[in-house]
Write a protein that binds this ligand. Structure first.
Ligand code: UD1
Ligand code: UDP
Length: 396
């Protein structure tokens, strides 16, 4: 955790020179609407971790096409490595954030509390009409809690997803964020059902489709071409604490991947959480065909994903992307908050049963992969649907 006094690090303004005051040393109170620039709705987006960037990009772009919408972007700094953050701003055409809170890493309580403390003055200063939070990371719930206490309306993009597994930190973040959100934008009908069952008023729920797929559709023509032949390799990502924070569990997974790599290249871009654990482990000898690489940019990863014979992952977003691409996906988890990727898509849960992982891998590689269809509203227009709702509900 940075030890300096809480001070929001100001990034250059990207739209109209709106930010001139220092938000951290002195809280400035602006009028909610600035008649000088003719705005009628101020939307503040909060992002912090890798999967947030793919989600904010299409919503921000759709709102930029609307008259009278002024946007402010806040990066909490939860992810900060160049290949976990900066690269996505460049590749996805997201402008530099107006504020970077620079929170960095820490325990759940430290990180969440630090984000809340640094976020509050930014919200007080900018007085948004609505704050949009994305997904299920600590930045999401921290921002939502701050706004709910300041009586600022909250829109949750990717609302309603449930794994029903409270041992997952993300499940706590999802449930709490949805509880305090005023507009809940769901990617699939199961999200609506979950929210209705939890007592959320139907008029707050908007089935808009999947913003992650908006970004995929936009950037697929630019997806990287890797040197490997199509379907000649398996692509792996792992970062769930339940898989990688325990060296025994991670060793079991690496041994299974090692076996798979005896017959085929396995490309494994390593998430920083996983890298930390692997540095501490020295009892696993890996075959050269298990190719450990640094995390890659979005278009590079999309290229790797599109051409893979199979994806093995525990990522939420990659379960969705592989379903859209029609690439077989084996998910190393006991449950998923994205059941539609199993019921309609190419995803199959193998849990942490490594025999099952190896058996299902062989099945896929021998041409017996499950096929799937693309879920409804995963069509590239989710961001626009969100903008429609915001303009009709918030813009006055
Ligand atoms: C976070 C999210 C998770 C999401 C994932 C996406 C929470 C609770 N978890 O998990 O839901 O799926 O992001 O990737 O919000 N680190 C670096 N450099 C970075 C970022 C992190 O080295 O740029 C290392 C630090 O040692 C840190 C660890 O990775 O302690 C974990 O980072 P953190 O943001 O706490 O959780 P993730 O595992 O990344
Ligand atoms: N991704 C990427 N580079 C990588 C690994 C993943 O660009 O090396 C992208 C991937 O295509 C997807 C997103 O990161 O868009 C998923 O993020 P992550 O798996 O970190 O988080 P989750 O979706 O599990 O919350």
């Amino acid at each position: 955790m940075p030890s300096s006094p809480i001070e929001a690090q100001r990034m250059p303004a990207f739209e109209d020179g709106y930010h001139q005051a220092n938000c951290s040393s002195k809280v400035m109170h602006y009028p909610t609407r600035d008649s000088a620039i003719g705005e009628t709705m101020k939307v503040l987006h909060v992002v912090g971790a890798r999967p947030n960037f793919m989600k904010v990009a299409p919503v921000r772009a759709a709102l930029a096409e609307r008259q009278g919408v002024h946007q402010v972007l806040v990066h909490t700094g939860q992810h900060y490595d160049a290949f976990m953050s900066d690269i996505f701003f460049r590749q996805l055409d997201i402008p530099e954030p107006n504020f970077n809170l620079g929170v960095g890493s820490g325990s759940h309580a430290q990180q969440t509390a630090e984000i809340m403390m640094r976020m509050e003055p930014v919200i007080l200063e900018t007085k948004p009409d609505i704050v949009l939070v994305y997904g299920d990371v600590n930045s999401t719930v921290a921002a939502a809690l701050v706004c709910s206490k300041l009586l600022i309306p909250i829109g949750h993009v990717e609302a309603g997803l449930r794994s029903f597994d409270r041992t997952m930190p993300e499940e706590i973040n999802r449930v709490l964020t949805d509880r305090v959100a005023d507009l809940l934008f769901t990617p699939s009908a199961d999200g609506d059902e979950n929210l209705l069952r939890e007592g959320v008023a139907p008029e707050k729920i908007h089935l808009v489709g999947n913003v992650m797929i908006d970004t995929l559709i936009r950037l697929l023509p630019h997806a990287g071409n890797n040197a490997l032949a199509e379907k000649s390799y398996v692509l792996v990502t792992l970062h769930r604490p339940s898989n990688v924070d325990d060296s025994i569990e991670l060793t079991k997974i690496l041994e299974a991947l090692n076996e798979i790599a005896s017959g085929m290249d396995v490309i494994f871009p390593i998430h920083p959480r996983t890298r930390h654990m692997m540095r501490e482990m020295n009892n696993v000898s890996l075959t050269p065909r298990l190719r450990l690489i640094e995390p890659v940019g979005y278009v590079e990863f999309l290229g790797l994903q599109r051409n893979a014979a199979l994806v093995i992952t525990d990522s939420g977003g990659i379960q969705e992307e592989s379903t859209y691409l029609g690439v077989p996906c084996l998910t190393v988890r006991e449950n998923t908050e994205r059941p539609i990727t199993v019921s309609l898509g190419t995803n199959l849960l193998v849990g942490r049963d490594m025999q099952k992982l190896k058996a299902e891998t062989q099945k896929i590689l021998s041409g017996k992969a499950k096929t799937g269809t693309i879920p409804p509203l995963w069509d590239g227009y989710a961001g626009r649907r969100i903008a429609d709702v915001l303009v009709s509900k918030v813009l006055i």
